[in-house]
Design a protein around this ligand. Structure first.
Ligand SMILES: [Zn+2]
Length: 335
C-alpha cells in the first residue's frame, strides 16, 4: 500500500470511530491533530526508516506450506478462522465464507506458517507498538492527561519535557495503523513469488489500483498546496469511502482475540486465504502465475465487478481493523 492509501485508511478510521461514538477520548485526541500527524502512516515505509542498524524496514507475514515439527499447530480450518474473525470483517464474510470451490477442505487442512526475520513480523510490530503506546499514554503531559481516563500520581515527579504530548502520541497511533493496514494486504501475507513486489505482477497492480481509485487528495504535494483543516481531511476521507462504495457498520467491535498479536495474526491468515482466492493455489508459480496480471485473473466486465468486491472488502477491513486496535488500546484505560 502506498502513502495515499495508508493515509486515507488511517484518517477514515478516525472518522469511523467518530461516527460510531466509540473511544470518544481517543477521537478527541486524534481528530484535531489529523492534519499535522497523519503522515505517521507513511513513516514505516520510508527509506530513512532504515537509518542505522535498523534493517527492519519490511514488515510482512508471508506464509507458506509448513512441513516442520508439530505442523498440525499451524492448521486453521475455515470454520475456526471465520469464528476467530467475527461477523464484521468482510474479507471473511464476503470473500471467504461464500467461496465453495477455490479453497477446498484439503487447502484448509494444510499447515501454513510464516518465518519472517526478527523485527519484520507484522503481528509482533503491531503488538509491540500497541503496548508502547499504552505506556506512553500513561506518561502524558497535562493536555494529554486530561483526555486519558484514570489517575496517575507518579507523573508529577517527572520533568515536564519527559512527558508525552498529544501530537506525539497521535503520530504513533498513525504509525501503528500502517502495520495493521499492511496485515490486510493479501500480498504481504503470501510467500509465493506471485505476491512478491519485485517478481510478481499483482502486488504492484493492486497497489496502483487502490491508489488510483482513492485519488490524489492525500498526496503530499496536494496537501501542501491545499492546506486543508483536520475536519476537512476527515470529511474528505468519508467522501472517498462513499465514492468507492465502502460502507461501514454502526459498531466497531472489540478484539476477538486476547491480544493484538493474535488478532493481527488471524487477520494475516485471512489475507493469505484471500491471496489464494485472487491466485488459486493450483495456479502453480511454476506455471507462471507470478507473471499473471489482474486482468488475466479477473477477465472481462464480470472480472472487474468481482475485483471491485475484493477492493471494497480489503479496504473496509483495513479501516475497521485499525479502528478495532485503536479502540482496544483506548479501552485499556476505560475498564
Ligand atoms: Zn508497509
Amino acid at each position: 500500500m502506498n502513502q495515499r492509501v495508508h493515509a486515507w485508511l488511517a484518517v477514515r478510521a478516525v472518522a469511523l470511530l467518530e461516527d460510531t461514538g466509540e473511544a470518544e477520548g481517543l477521537v478527541k485526541l486524534l481528530s484535531p491533530h489529523v492534519k499535522s500527524t497523519f503522515i505517521g502512516t507513511w513513516l514505516p515505509d520510508l527509506n530513512d526508516s532504515k537509518k542505522g542498524f535498523g534493517k527492519i524496514d519490511n514488515h510482512v507475514l508471508k506464509m507458506e506450506v509448513f512441513e516442520g515439527p508439530l505442523k498440525e499447530r499451524f492448521v486453521i480450518k475455515k470454520d475456526k478462522l471465520l469464528k476467530l474473525l467475527g461477523r464484521e470483517r468482510r474479507m471473511a464474510t464476503e470473500l471467504l465464507q461464500s467461496d465453495n470451490h477455490v479453497l477446498d477442505d484439503e487447502w484448509w487442512g494444510t499447515p501454513f506458517k510464516a518465518d519472517p526475520d526478527p523485527g519484520k513480523h507484522l503481528a509482533n510490530r503491531a503488538m509491540a507498538f500497541s503496548e508502547a503506546i499504552i505506556d506512553l499514554l500513561l506518561l502524558g503531559d497535562k493536555q494529554l492527561d486530561r483526555l486519558v481516563p484514570g489517575q496517575i500520581d507518579f507523573v508529577e515527579d517527572l520533568d515536564r519535557k519527559a512527558l508525552t504530548r498529544r501530537q506525539q502520541v497521535a503520530t504513533y497511533f498513525f504509525m501503528l495503523s500502517h502495520f495493521i493496514a499492511d496485515a490486510c494486504m493479501p500480498c504481504h501475507t503470501d510467500a509465493r513469488a506471485l505476491s512478491s513486489y519485485s517478481d510478481g505482477k499483482i502486488h504492484k497492480e493492486l497497489e496502483r489500483r487502490w491508489s488510483r481509485r482513492i485519488g490524489t487528495y492525500f498526496d503530499k504535494d496536494k496537501l501542501a498546496e491545499n492546506k486543508p483543516t483536520s475536519s476537512a481531511i476527515l470529511r474528505e476521507s468519508r467522501e472517498i469511502s462513499d465514492r468507492l462504495q465502502v460502507d461501514f457498520d454502526a459498531v466497531v467491535p472489540d478484539l476477538y482475540s486476547r491480544d493484538v498479536w493474535s488478532e493481527v495474526l488471524f487477520v494475516c491468515r485471512c489475507s493469505y486465504a484471500v491471496a489464494n482466492l485472487i491466485v488459486p493455489p493450483n495456479d502453480s508459480p511454476r506455471g507462471g502465475a507470478e507473471h499473471k496480471s489482474l486482468k488475466e485473473l479477473f477477465p472481462g466486465d464480470n472480472g472487474e465487478i468481482r475485483l471491485k468486491e475484493f477492493d471494497a472488502a480489503i479496504l473496509h477491513d483495513a479501516v475497521l481493523n485499525i479502528a478495532i486496535v485503536w479502540k482496544h488500546i483506548w479501552g485499556r484505560f476505560c475498564r
